[in-house]
Design a protein. Sequence first.
Length: 149
Amino acid sequence: MSLKVFGVSAVARAMVAVSGFGLIALPAAVAVAQDTAAEAAQVEALAEAIAVAVAEAVAATEGMSEDAQQAAVEAAIASVVAASGLPPAVVAAAIVQAAPILAAAGITTPAVTAAITTASVAAQQAVAQAPAAPPALARSEEHTSELQS
């Protein structure tokens, strides 16, 4: 899963094109861009925290069986995720983003790969089971007409 941060102007143009509300849509576009940037920062920070926890778990279980190492890595990931309190979509993206961080650091044991896969599947299931976001507040036609004039 990849997150892309859009520029405010691109989001505003898209909102104008889709909604026809002109500059009235700009505050909403700014909020979307800020939310996306904040979410991307959360994903990055959580991915880094997961990578650190996994590295520590691998170091602590050096010389142990693959099953013991996998269990320790899974527990480390679960602990970081639980402490973050972040929504499932951010967690899922962070787990995916943690894998290349670990690979770049040379932490690619079969136990780590299996633990990342298990955590990623669990995160994707949590995303699928998460309640949908509440619908945006809709304006009546009368209120929109007043704003446009």
